[in-house]
Design a protein around this ligand. Structure first.
Ligand code: TIU
Length: 232
């Protein structure tokens, strides 16, 4: 268990190569598994996307989340969204494209992508425990204008198991931010999804190419096998 003071090392069978890490300094980072992206009537659908494409990530994330909870690993959830007065939403984000509803407009799950609205919340299957950390972020990257960096420093985290939606947008942006800050990122391939399957595939390839230019990629089964070393 992770409450041990002894190092708890594990090896994940990842690409481009296996990675050995200390579970005591590893956190699970779940990106934006919100109703606004996964359910009809939310932000994702207003952009013209088929939101059913994202459902495939839910069970793999659920399995890793359960293992993380069983072992006492630090779990961090993020949510993309804006303050009700939109003061943290740049015009460049609000004005672009021709969505069916804009950020802040009333929709079937409340105002689109606004903090506190039903659509902004995390889906019930992956709902955070009170003991888990939830980071509200106005951008695509989880470090921009948030307390995430301070939280990771406070807990002495060096490695991040990263999953969530969408692969090429908020997951990739966050992994790139984390990589530049010195974190080893292991992206859970089947725990990510995109509205565009080809972007999902390429998004993962971009991370692990060139010797792992941004990080490592492993599926949830490989993560769970490696975590078994913690539970015996
Ligand atoms: N549109 C899209 O693919 N993604 C986002 O806008 N946000 C996240 O990826 N969370």
């Amino acid at each position: 268990m992770l409450n041990s003071t002894k190092p708890a090392r594990g090896i994940i069978n990842a690409e481009p190569e296996p990675i050995e890490l200390d579970w005591l300094v590893t956190a699970l980072l779940i990106i934006d598994m919100q109703r606004d992206f996964l359910e009809p009537g939310g932000f994702g659908e207003t952009l013209g996307n088929n939101v059913s494409q994202l459902a495939r990530a839910v069970n793999p994330i659920g399995a890793v989340l359960k293992a993380a909870r069983d072992t006492g690993m630090l779990v961090i959830h993020t949510r993309e969204g804006h303050l009700p007065d939109l003061s943290d939403a740049p015009p460049a984000k609000l004005e672009r494209g021709a969505p069916s509803l804009r950020i802040g407009d009333p929709g079937p799950m409340g105002r689109i992508l606004i903090r506190g609205e039903a659509g902004h919340d995390i889906i019930p299957e992956l709902y955070p425990l009170d003991s888990e950390i939830v980071i509200d972020k106005p951008g695509k990257g989880a470090f921009y204008a948030t307390e995430l960096g301070d939280v990771l420093e406070k807990y002495g985290i060096e490695n991040l198991l990263v999953c969530g939606v969408t692969t090429e947008v908020c997951v990739n942006t966050t992994v790139r931010e984390a990589n530049d800050r010195g974190y080893r990122c292991i992206v859970i391939s089947d725990g990510c999804a995109s509205y565009f399957p080809e972007f999902h595939e390429m998004g993962l390839k971009m991370i692990k190419a060139q010797g792992g230019i941004f990080g490592w990629v492993a599926d949830s089964a490989a993560i769970l096998v490696a975590m078994k070393t913690l539970t015996g």
